[in-house]
Design a protein around this ligand. Structure first.
Ligand SMILES: Cc1cc2nc3c(=O)[nH]c(=O)nc-3n(C[C@H](O)[C@H](O)[C@H](O)COP(=O)(O)OP(=O)(O)OC[C@H]3O[C@@H](n4cnc5c(N)ncnc54)[C@H](O)[C@@H]3O)c2cc1C
Length: 449
């Protein structure tokens, strides 16, 4: 048996930041990952990362932004594209080489004193009387053993290995399931072209008739002559052919066979939903993909995982400092995550639901007819109310497809309602159940398909 202050399961962005922050705050930290040490931080991914989380980490922890060989290309704009229309949004960030960036963060965590145990898999939680006390783990080809910790942070990604092994009876406020409609399947290749491409400094999300809506095909620049190209859609969508067939059909529309070589390929699933509204229990926190921290439309989860990891490490170490690792003591983590991106991701969920209803044809209509300016689109997305005169002007432009406008107006109203609800997010667990009921009934109304 091994004892520590903080046990972190998973060495992805959420886990490394949880560990680094806890260790920087003076705690004994053990981080385990099922992978070999050298492979930690490597992941099949689109590799896009917004600037905002990296600025946040620089300010909070003095972690340098991605640089050198960690950066494949810089991003200035995100472009939604259908076969007939383009809609650009300004957004600074990177297309990364995730592996060296992940390894740098891991080594920085070790410099603060984090002990890393690679090739070590968490099997299940240790829980006693409603308190998580660590995990049973297994080193590759060796026996299981116990790691006991004051706080256990589950950052095991889409497997959520600790949360899934906590019993409903002991931990009734923690969600247990991951539904098919909340998970996206995804496949991507990194390709090397014969000529340079026109996608530098832009990341493209492309809607094609071949892809089940609102799934998309992406093209991200990995630097000169290299692209990260991929495809994804929700698991509950009905498809006649396999994902790779769809992928190649779309890819070959842009780059026919023979014009590129494949450097790397693979697929995985991404939990793609609004965040868990409670992600703590006695002695327990969960962050990153394991807690649904991925943007529900773009499926970007790297940035939120880094941010949530920071808040998880902060909450864990502050709780240990007060000798109280109860749910109540860790609750500030929920408050921080809800404030930082909980509301904005919930609004994105509304947009995704609207997209499922108006379909890509509706989106195309909006973009092609220039019904929304970029500012109006962002305002709507952010839940700002529209004036009557503005609505009238939009109605004239949208004629005769008012249903689309109706859906957009609905997003604005719902976004404003969720904003109000999030402003009342409970500061302590006692009020949570009542709040959660209000949240859930509103969300389920919207998600009825
Ligand atoms: C194809 C694809 C494309 C994507 N594109 C983008 C993108 O362009 N931009 C973006 O921001 N996000 C993207 N994402 C999402 C992004 O990869 C994740 O949101 C992000 O990596 C989440 O970080 P995490 O730390 O929560 O989990 P992960 O990065 O998944 O890390 C989890 C870690 O836990 C370890 N682990 C798992 N189970 C156990 C266990 N039982 N015991 C011990 N260790 C365990 C794993 O080995 C892994 O190291 C994409 C995902 C996929 C699949």
């Amino acid at each position: 048996m091994v004892e520590t202050d903080v046990l972190v399961i998973g060495g992805g962005p959420a886990g490394v930041l949880s560990a680094l922050t806890s260790a920087k705050n003076g705690k004994r930290v053990l981080l385990i990952d099922a992978k070999m040490y050298e492979e930690i931080g490597n992941k099949i991914c689109g590799d896009a990362l917004n600037l905002e989380p990296t600025t946040f980490l620089e300010e909070k922890l003095g972690i340098e932004k991605p640089h050198g060989d960690e950066v494949a290309d810089l991003v200035e704009r995100l472009i939604f594209k259908t076969s007939n229309a383009e809609f650009p949004l300004k957004g600074d960030g990177y297309v990364l080489n995730r592996h060296p960036y992940g390894q740098r963060l891991l080594k920085q965590a070790e410099e603060y004193g984090v002990e890393v145990r690679s090739k070590t898999k968490a099997v299940r939680a240790i829980s006693e009387n409603g308190i998580v006390k660590g995990a049973i783990v297994r080193e590759k080809r060796k026996n299981e053993y116990e790691i006991r910790a004051k706080v256990t942070i589950d950052c095991s990604g889409r497997n959520f290995q600790i949360r899934r092994t906590l019993s409903e009876d002991e931990f009734p406020y923690l969600e247990k399931k991951m539904e098919k409609r909340d998970v996206a399947a995804s496949y991507r290749e990194i390709i090397r072209l014969k000529e340079d491409h026109p996608y530098h400094n832009e990341i493209y999300l492309m809607y094609h008739k071949e892809i089940p809506e609102p799934g998309y095909f992406w093209i991200f620049s990995k630097g000169e002559k290299r692209l990260n190209v991929g495809i994804g859609w929700f698991l509950d969508m009905e498809v006649e052919r396999g994902m790779k067939d769809h992928f190649w059909e779309v890819l070959h529309y842009y780059y026919p066979p023979g014009t590129y070589e494949v450097e790397d390929k693979g697929g995985y699933t991404i939990p793609t939903r609004y965040p868990m509204t409670n992600a703590v229990a006695n002695g327990f926190i969960t962050a990153g993909d394991a807690a649904f921290h991925v943007n529900p439309l773009s499926a970007e989860g790297h940035g939120p995982a880094l941010i949530a990891g920071y808040y998880a490490g902060k909450a864990a170490s502050e709780a240990i400092d007060t000798n109280d690792i109860s749910e109540k003591s860790l609750w500030q983590y929920n408050v921080d995550v809800m404030q930082h991106f909980g509301l904005s991701h919930t609004k994105v969920q509304l947009f995704t639901e609207a997209l499922l209803k108006i379909k890509i044809a509706g989106l195309e209509f909006l973009l092609k007819r220039n019904i929304f300016t970029q500012e109006q689109f962002l305002n709507l997305h952010a839940g700002s109310k529209m004036g009557k005169f503005e609505m009238l002007k939009l109605a004239i432009k949208a004629f005769p497809r008012y249903i689309i406008l109706f859906q957009m107006k609905r997003i604005a109203n719902e976004a404003a309602a969720f904003e109000k609800l999030f402003a009342e997010y409970p500061k302590t667990p006692e009020q949570y159940l009542a709040w959660q009921k209000r949240f859930q009934s509103r969300m389920e109304q919207i998600r009825k398909r």
